[in-house]
Design a protein around this ligand. Structure first.
Ligand code: ZN
Length: 246
């Protein structure tokens, strides 16, 4: 089967995206689970790169707000400042692309793609009980999700939910999960552009259809991104958090 590069929550961080593409090597397909823009300094460049790769993308909440399909009323003050900046610098063609992104769930060769959850594109799935419900409601055996910026996921087997725990040691890939034919999976590649699990390295996953999934982390030049954010006048809190992965 094909090797799929699974990305989510890139958040306009081109430097992290380039590091991920280099580390991942050749993949037959690139999928992105939403939040291409917001927070970071490179929204047009990230969208250009994904379009050039022919990536299959669904929308996230930041893409919806950036393209004017929703308001920023639920956003934190820093996120709102960043999305307003994003709106000002988006090119017309980038805006049209973001506005045209489909909502999840979408199916691709039987794999289900969602931003937040199967039942609600904006729902954050953190807990095992939420994951159990989402897996049972998913039309596919493998569901890919993002939105929480936390790498890992859940396995459902014989009526029990299990957490996929990843080792915290450095190295690539971080972890490999070989699929059990009797199980269903809800998998989160983590965030490329703004990880929140305490590891500042860019997160992504490689799905080998029918076989398993690899969870990866890759270092990138965080300072270069922070310098561009500062030059753009983006909020200090968003700049600082990249250093900590929080
Ligand atoms: Zn996000």
């Amino acid at each position: 089967m094909a090797r799929w590069l699974v990305l989510s929550d890139i958040h306009a961080n081109l430097t992290a995206l380039e590091a991920v593409l280099q580390a991942a090597g050749t993949c037959e397909r690139v999928v992105c689970l939403g939040d291409l823009v917001g927070y970071g300094p490179d929204p047009n460049e990230v969208v250009d790169r994904l379009r050039a790769l022919g990536a299959v993308c669904i929308r996230g909440n930041h893409d919806r707000v950036a393209s004017g399909l929703a308001t920023a009323e639920d956003f934190s003050p820093a996120a709102r400042v960043a999305i307003e900046w994003t709106r000002r610098i988006l090119r017309e063609d980038t805006l049209a692309y973001l506005r045209g992104l489909p909502a999840g769930p979408q199916q691709l060769d039987g794999v289900v793609l969602v931003h937040g959850a199967v039942t609600d594109e904006d729902l954050y799935v953190y807990s095992p009980w939420q994951a159990a419900e989402q897996i049972q409601r998913s039309p596919g055996l493998i569901t890919l999700f993002g939105h929480t910026h936390l790498q890992g996921g859940f396995q459902w087997r014989a009526g029990r939910i299990g957490l996929i725990s990843l080792p915290t040691t450095a190295g690539q890939p971080v972890a490999e999960v070989v699929f059990d034919d009797a199980a269903r999976y809800l998998l989160n590649p983590g965030s490329v552009g703004q990880p929140r699990d305490g590891d500042p390295r860019a997160a992504f996953a490689v799905l080998e259809d029918g076989r398993g999934v690899e969870f990866w982390r890759v270092a990138y030049d965080i300072r270069a991104v922070q310098a561009r954010m500062a030059a753009a006048g983006l909020p200090e809190s968003l700049i600082l958090r990249l250093s900590f992965g929080r």
